[in-house]
Write a protein that binds this ligand. Structure first.
Ligand code: ATP
Length: 488
């Protein structure tokens, strides 16, 4: 039976094999920031590509976008982030540890999101029964206070004319801000989606569990625009599509679930929201959010329409966001640039938005945890990452059985041919059994070995990672064999 994975096993494998390192490790490390090593960079790239392939490439109704991280400050005023994107924190009077109030729960399941400030403030009344996660003291907290999650930076060379900008805390706003550009430059018609993958930044109060919650992370977000009235149907469809994406890439069904948000958890503008949750092996085997899928109604596009109307005030107030309140909608707001005219129905409306918002790092962690396994091979414990072939960092490793009799030359030629199509690895060092183990630990689905027979009949052995079965394949067939098996 497969062993229950502990996060420590994953962290040490990741470091040992070059998947993930602590950022700035040689300087003692930078908390909650991580670097992806050679295998990790490939794995993460494959996760990104798998999302892009299923969300953009394979669909006729979604286009992609790649926006800058820095945006006009009014974007964050209009989106609500400048005023409301904060966690409510309280400090333990005993040990001075600051915690997110919504995380101070006396139960094992943790599923709190960044809730609106008002909701979190209301939740924070009952701190008398909460336990400090650092020292265990009960009910000894300071008054709750908001803690802004957006990182600030300055643009401009001189102190007096530089402008305060934010590192984006989500990629979605770049999509809304380009809604009109995409409509005007493509032939998309509603219903359609705009997708983006990119870095986001949040000054999280508490970070934890390796790459699960970090201050710099990558998101994969889709804003799917549809006609009001069709939103419930699209919401249901995207829930199904996104759940099945994880299952299709090998996540075990028993480790994945969908959790519907209760009414009081919902943001005021959201009509519905679910989290796709994975049973991560930390805490006490907690279900934790992998992805949020929300019906955001027409809130975002309307807000940006109000934001655009406010632009002149922003200049007059020298860009001081705190002095600006968004202009109320004029009666004819439907004529605004972020509305949509349906040519067939001759009707203008502001589209509703369904938003599946996933984390590339979090799903990479889930894929790593889910793939991790230990079994026995020739009486020895074998560590193996059973990645779906589409995610495996290396698709095939090529070995000469021994470093003589012309085998390395043949193996190198096979490697040179195959690397044009797949990420491959050549290895001639040490006993072949050990080379297999190293590839099992990296999650490589196929190992190809050139041996004495290769010279006679032009065949090689192909060994499968999971079953460890070997078969002989003609060298000329290798490319097609791998194409078919890897489905890439
Ligand atoms: P959480 O409750 O975990 O803070 P959230 O509900 O605030 O998350 P969203 O704003 O819905 O998260 O972001 C969408 C996705 O982006 C999340 O499901 C997650 O996969 C990813 N994500 C958000 N914050 C982080 C973070 N600090 N580190 C890594 N991934 C993150």
């Amino acid at each position: 039976m497969a062993k229950i994975t502990k996060l420590d096993d994953i962290v040490s494998l990741c470091k040992r094999r070059g998947f993930i390192f602590q950022s700035s490790e040689i300087y003692g490390g930078l908390a909650s920031c991580y670097d992806y090593g050679p295998l990790g960079a490939e794995l993460k790239r494959n996760v990104r590509n798998a999302w892009w392939k299923s969300t953009v490439q394979m669909r006729d109704d979604v286009v992609g976008l790649d926006c800058s991280i820095l945006m006009h400050p009014l974007v964050w005023k209009a989106s609500g982030h400048a005023d409301k994107f904060a966690d409510i924190i309280a400090e333990c009077k005993k040990c001075n540890t600051r915690s997110r109030v919504d995380h101070l729960k006396n139960h094992t399941e943790e599923h709190a999101a960044h809730v609106p400030v008002e909701t979190a403030m209301a939740d924070a009344k009952n701190l008398s029964k909460k336990v400090c996660p650092a020292c265990g003291t009960i009910g000894q907290f300071t008054d709750p206070m908001p803690f802004r999650l957006m990182f600030e930076t300055k643009m401009g060379a001189n102190a007096d004319d530089s402008m305060t900008l934010f590192l984006r805390p989500e990629t979605a706003q770049g999509i809304f801000a380009n809604f009109r550009n995409v409509l005007d430059s493509t032939r998309v018609k509603i219903p359609f989606g705009i997708a983006q993958i990119g870095k986001s930044f949040r000054n999280e109060v508490t970070t934890k569990a390796f790459i699960f919650r970090t201050r710099e992370f990558e998101q994969a977000e889709l804003e799917f625009f549809c006609e009001p009235g069709t939103d419930d149907e699209w919401f249901a469809r995207w829930k199904e599509i996104r759940f099945n994406w994880y299952i299709g890439l090998g996540i075990k069904k028993e480790n994945l679930r969908m959790r519907e948000h209760s009414k009081d958890e919902l943001a005021h503008y959201a009509k519905g929201c679910v989290d796709v949750e994975y049973k991560f092996p930390f805490g006490s085997g907690d279900w934790q959010e992998l992805e949020g899928i929300a019906n955001r109604t027409d809130f975002d596009l309307r807000q940006h329409q109000r934001g655009i109307r406010t632009l002149n005030d922003w200049f007059e107030k020298n860009g001081d966001l705190s002095k600006i309140s968004l202009k109320e909608e004029a009666e004819d707001w439907l004529k605004g640039p972020l509305s949509y005219f349906d040519e067939e129905k001759k009707r203008r409306f502001v589209p509703y938005v369904i938003e599946p918002s996933a984390g590339i790092d979090r799903s990479t962690l889930a894929f790593l945890v889910d793939a991790y396994d230990e079994d026995e091979a020739n009486g020895e414990i074998r560590n193996v990452l059973r990645f779906h072939p589409a995610l495996a960092p290396i698709k095939a490793a090529i070995f000469p059985l021994v470093k003589k009799d012309g085998m390395p030359e043949i193996a190198m030629k096979i490697y040179d041919d195959l690397k044009k199509y797949f990420t491959c690895f050549y290895d001639e060092k040490g006993a072949v059994g050990r080379r297999y183990r190293r590839q099992d630990e990296a999650g490589t689905p196929y190992c190809i070995t050139v041996d004495g027979q290769t010279k006679e009949d032009d065949t090689v052995t192909v060994r499968q990672r999971d079953s460890m079965k070997q078969e002989r394949i003609a060298v000329g067939q290798l490319k097609n064999y791998l194409r078919e098996k890897l489905d890439v």
